[in-house]
Structure formats: structure tokens, C-alpha cells
Design a protein around this ligand. Sequence first.
Ligand code: URA
Length: 448
Amino acid sequence: MRQVKIIEKKQRGAPLTSDEIRSFIEQYVEGKIPDYQMSALLMAIYFQGMNIDETVCLTRVMLDSGARVDFSDIPNKCVDKHSTGGVGDKLSLIVAPTVASCGGMVPMISGRGLGHTGGTLDKLESIPGFNVNLSPEQIKNQTLSIGVALAGQDAELVPADKKIYSLRDVTATVRSLPLVASSIISKKAAEGVEALVLDVKIGEGAIFKDEETTESLAKLLVRVGEEFGIETVALLTDMNQPLGYAVGNWLEVKECVELMNDGDGAQDLLELNRALSATMLKICQVFPTVAEGMDEVDQVIANGNSYRKFLEIVKAQSGDTSVIENLDLYPKSSNNRELLSPVSGYISDINARMCGELCMELGAGRKKIDDELDYGAGVLLFKKKGDNIEKGEPLLMLSAESKSKLESMWENIINIYRFDNSPPDESPLIRKVVHSRGETDWDDFIKS
Ligand code: URA
């Protein structure tokens, strides 16, 4: 009955000892503690929080639950980026090949969709044959040979996070600062990186909507990252409207491939890729300044090197490169329906959270741990916030295999939009940078 006492202790708001945290998590991973008790502890943590010592301890225990990739025998500083999760947030698919094309080494471990937010692994698995289940040795070998690997946590790597992450998704315990911080940093420490850029999302479609909590999360992530010897920089970025134009697993892969192939695409994706990739290149010491990194990033996007690196990754991880080289070969969704604008004017808002929830209902995300995904399901926006639109012009396309799901969502979809007669105020995509020495504006950070 020790676990009941531990749950009760956290329920009262008392800090747990290292032994209590370690024994609970270890037994859960071994299958000796059932999901319902782990869920109860997660809920108690959700309401009562954890202090910094508990959070660092939880991160260490999760890290110790599996193997680690060891890069200590190479001179380069490996680097990664991780997002706290957003809607249409496909940046990892662009950033990883971009940084690798610029000379960085990126052993990236990602997660699956969580709540209304998408996950990199689900997007990658929409590519037929793509294998995200790499052993620590395979991650290391692939990173050494092509500069990048895109993997998930499996039975070997941070199994505790894998189990807890899926449980949080279905028990409404995603929005907890210590749980997010331990989940992210344990994965990053396991992949052996010494430098980490975090994309901490803020706004309607983010895990946390308000600036104060998001800033606390950024500071906690930087602090816990540094405890594990990882130089960590967090960019606080806007997540009020979906990123780019596509939301849904394959639709997002397609958008990334088109951007890297054309050297052009959605402005928010290009800007964020530039900022995140250049910051990564600076902190892993490939370039002395962020500004020099940005110039190189622009070049590899424009000359197709990022695209070619992405193809190399797909090939190395057994994915079908033919659908990447010819996007039209990918099977079309059985049901596709265009929504036309009911008014003329400016789009003043596209609610990212509602859009993410809608895509989940369509089959792009999971409501239960074992839900099967519809990889082609999702939304393709034709217009973004601030764009002008005429009545009757297409606003978006909804796609799904299931006609009934698409029809049941149809009435709601228009509610993601707000229209106005004048353009909305512009808000910056990158709000702030948090690092171990404090916080800075993005413009000042570029110069540092
Ligand atoms: N990303 C993660 O890896 N874990 C979280 O808890 C949230 C976002």
C-alpha cells in the first residue's frame, strides 16, 4: 500500500522524497503499479506541482529507466530542438535536415501527438515504411553518418516517458510544468545532446495559453536542462493560429517537403526555421553568431540541401522516398470538402486550439491510447490571419477517410475563424528568449 501513501502525500501538497519518486516510477515501468494508480499520482502532481528538487529527481529517474546514446567519444557537440507542442507545428521536419545540412549533428528523439497538439513521430510515420524505432546504437550510427536521426523513445530509450506520456494524454494531465519539463529533458539527456533549443509555445493552441505560465515553463526547462549539463536556450513563440497552412500528419509532411523543395513556403515556418536552426548552430558551436547561422540556413533552404538531407533521412529510416519525390503518389483522402468564406473582409483570427481539436476528431490525433490514426486527415488552410478574403473564396479544405466524421465536424469548422473589416494588429512570432543568464529580446539575442 506504499503507493497509496505516496499518492496521498502528493495530494496534500507535500514534497516527495527521491526514494518515493524513484520507487513509484520504476515499479510503474516494470508493470507492478497499474495505470490507475499512476494516473492518480499524475493528477496529484497536476494540482500540487513539484519543487525543483522533485522535478530534477523525476527527470533523472525517467532518464535512468532506459539506455542512453553516448556521444562522449566524438569532439562535436550534438544539438537538438524540441517544441512544447502546437497546432500545425511541423518545424522538426524542417529544422533537423536544415541543421544537419549546415554541419550540425542532430540525434532527435520526438514524441507522439498529445491532446490537441500534433507529434513529430506520427507525422513521420505517415510516410509509408518510415521507421522511428531506432536503438541507441542506430541513432548514434545514423547521426555520425548523415548528421541526423529522427527517432522515438522505445523500450530502450526513456520507456518511463513513453508510458507516462500516453497516460497523460488521456487523463488530462498534460498541462503540468514539472511533467512537461521532466518529459522533455529526460528524452534530450538520453539522446546525448549537449545543446538544446526549446520552442516554448504561447497562446490559444499551446499547452499553456498565458504568458506568465509559459515563461515559468521556459525558465524551468532551462534550469532542468542545465542540471543535466545541456546548454539550453528557450524561444517563446506565438501559437495563436496554426503554424503554416497544413494541420494533419501527411498534410504537414507534404507542406514541409514542398517548402524545402521550392525553397519557399509559409512565412511563419521560414522565419521560425531560420531562428531555431540558427540558434542551434550557434550553441553547438558550428557558427560563432546566430546571424551567421541565419545566412547559412537561408542558403541550404534555397539551394535544396535541406530537401536532399530530408530525403537521405527518409531513405536511411526505410521510408518510401518515391512519395517524397513525387507527392502526388500519396493516396488521396476519400473525402475532401472545401469551405467557402461567408463574408468579405480580413481574417482577424484562426483559433489554433479549436483547429487542433477538430483535426483530432477527424482522425489525425488520438482520443484513446490505442486509437488508429487517419494519416491523411486534417485541414489545409488557404488563408492566414491578416489575409484579405472575398465572400465565396475558399477558406480551407477538410480531408478525412471517414465521411461521417467529416460531416459531423462540418458545422463547427467555420467557428475557428473571426473576420473583421480592417486588418488585425501584427504580433511578433518570437516573443522572447530565455537562457541560463536571464532573458532577452530576439533582436538583442541575434547580436549576442
Ligand atoms: N513534449 C514532450 O515531449 N512532453 C511533454 O510533456 C510536452 C511536450
